[in-house]
Design a binder for this molecule. Structure first.
Ligand code: NOJ
Length: 549
């Protein structure tokens, strides 16, 4: 089937279901809650949804540990609620993509339970290794969440590999039966009418033969032997040829540590195996590789991340654009300014919503939610955060250790969506599974709705412009004043239209800088963060978009 690249015209909204909206008062977000908010999402101008996992799961990694791939967890409302949401979306002309997590399963999945007992055909579904005669672990790889990547299993009398939590054993994708299972899962959801998949750490699915020790890297030990592994393209080609090519669907690859050049091996429109890629470069403007190694925010690094991907994929592949998701703290708290919440939120929105690609908005981003800052470490739920805290230096003052969590934890962006200023921010009538951010009285969707000048309404305007202007979809990208550490200025051009985006990331007034060849007086100001503006000066975090046609 010739690929119909409908996703190029869309804006997606990511739902992290536990914290989106509770429909039945049990304190946990669910699909009934989602159903009640479809019109809200549509009102943003979003026409697609990505659901983080909603399958049955013990919840060791908030659903990224799946115990059954072809069902919906009862706590989320089961299949009945899922079908209602899917119909609700399709009736509104919207699309739905699911999270496909097949690098690993839950250890409570039936396959793992049988594999550990060597019951065929499941015996080789996972990556098992015996004890070495010298008593050492099979290799020195580190899990991304907790210590060694190997866990001893008493039942089988062998170690199994887990690149993430202990309760997330890695599947053995070299086994053709496992690949058949993946295809079965894909078909199951596509036959039900789902429109595509976000594929979790999909670049990790093929491990280097012999699972050699990693003698190079101090962090992410082992990753160079399993990221972009030897058979990854072969397996993805197989999924495409046998399943995806037979449906009108879209796929999005999550890919840590990837360059645009490498990305093209996956998403080149001529011979790639997938459609778009979630890269992490845009998440490292204030850290080294991971949120847990923070540095000062550098606008130049952020601009470079945007530009490298804009230029690198031009004419060959399509960018996925994002600033937030469930794996990183809130973007205003990181790249913007909590003191200038609304305006820095607007600058960040303008900085990415006019780039070439398909934007994704993470729940709460559009209303300017900020990092959660709980008073006690015990309040954290995330497995990665808990392990980080357990391994952090107990001699450091607690306040310092807590600050590290506020700054870097995934839970900073996982608290319930703040709908209004009523109890529990209108998220639930029960007790929320994770506390609501205390700032909900001031920061909530209802307040944003009421204010015509709010961040929410800025998102709406920006998205509407994206949809109306061919230059945003197809125009050529160009960045100006690359060395400026306070201004991000870029243009998008087609033969008929020219667009200039100017964003200040300074918390003081800035002299406006206009690239050669642009005369602001002859342009039409189509989006502005501030109502009263000056010809020569930008206010703190001011952003503007001009159009010539
Ligand atoms: C990436 C997901 O986005 C993250 O939330 C999860 O913990 C890991 N993959 C493991 O599945």
């Amino acid at each position: 089937m010739e690929r119909n690249r409908w996703y190029k015209d869309m804006v997606f909204y990511q739902i992290w279901p536990r914290s989106f909206k509770d429909g039945n008062g049990d304190g946990m977000g669910d699909l009934w809650g989602v159903l009640s908010k479809l019109d809200y999402i549509r009102s943003l101008g979003c026409d697609g949804i990505w659901f983080s996992p909603v399958y049955p799961s013990p919840g060791a990694d908030c659903g990224y540990d799946i115990a059954d791939y072809t069902d919906i967890a009862p706590e989320f409302g089961g299949m009945e609620a899922f079908r209602a949401v899917l119909d609700g979306l399709h009736n509104r002309g919207m699309k739905l993509i699911m999270d496909l997590v097949v690098n690993h399963t839950s250890d409570e999945h039936e396959w793992f339970q049988k594999s550990r007992q060597r019951i065929d055909p499941y015996t080789d579904y996972y990556i098992w290794r015996p004890k070495k005669p010298n008593g050492k672990l099979p290799n020195n790889w580190q899990s991304n969440f907790e210590g060694s990547a190997w866990q001893w299993d008493e039942v089988r009398g062998e170690y199994y590999l887990h690149l993430f939590a202990v309760k997330q054993p890695d599947l053995n994708m070299d086994n053709p039966l496992v690949r058949e299972e993946v295809k079965r899962i894909l078909r199951f959801w596509l036959d039900m009418g789902v429109d595509g998949f976000r594929e979790d750490v999909i670049t990790f699915i093929s491990k280097k033969k012999g699972l050699p020790d990693d003698r190079l890297f101090p962090i992410y030990k082992g990753m160079r032997h399993y990221n972009h592994g030897p058979h990854v393209h072969e397996y993805l080609t197989e999924f495409k040829r046998d399943v995806l090519d037979h449906y009108d669907c879209m796929t999005l690859a999550e890919a840590p540590l990837v360059s645009p050049k490498r990305a093209l091996e996956y998403i080149d429109e001529e011979n790639g195996q997938m459609d778009m890629m979630i890269q992490f470069q845009c998440q490292t403007a204030d850290c080294l590789f991971t949120d847990w190694l923070p540095t000062k925010f550098s606008l130049r690094r952020l601009k470079k991340a945007f530009s490298v991907w804009q230029y690198g994929l031009e004419g060959k592949a399509w960018n996925m654009l994002y600033l937030e998701n469930h794996d990183h703290p809130r973007i205003i708290s990181r790249y913007g300014s909590e003191a200038y919440r609304r305006d820095s939120g607007k600058a960040l929105a303008a900085a990415y919503l006019f780039l070439k690609g398909t934007p994704f908005i993470y729940q709460g981003q559009e209303i300017g939610m900020l990092n959660w800052k709980p008073a006690k470490p015990e309040l954290y739920n995330d497995v990665q955060t808990r392990n980080h805290f357990a391994n952090s230096n107990p001699k450091k003052p607690l306040e310092k250790r807590l600050r590290e969590l506020w700054r870097s934890s995934r839970d900073s962006a996982r608290t319930p969506v703040q709908w209004d200023d009523s109890e529990n921010a209108g998220f639930t009538t029960g007790t929320p599974w994770l506390p609501v951010n205390e700032n909900y009285k001031e920061i909530n969707a209802a307040a944003e709705e009421r204010d015509p000048d709010s961040l929410l309404n800025f998102y709406r305007k920006a998205i509407a412009l994206r949809k109306a202007l061919p230059a945003v979809r197809d125009g050529e990208y160009r960045e100006y004043f690359r060395l400026s550490s306070k201004l991000y200025v870029y243009s998008r051009k087609t033969d008929e239209q020219k667009l200039l985006v100017i964003c200040s990331f300074a918390d003081t007034d800035m002299k406006i800088r206009v690239p050669r060849g642009f005369d602001l007086k002859s342009g039409k100001l189509i989006l502005q963060s501030h109502t009263d503006i000056s010809e020569s000066t930008l206010k703190p975090y001011e952003s503007r978009v001009y159009l010539w046609e």
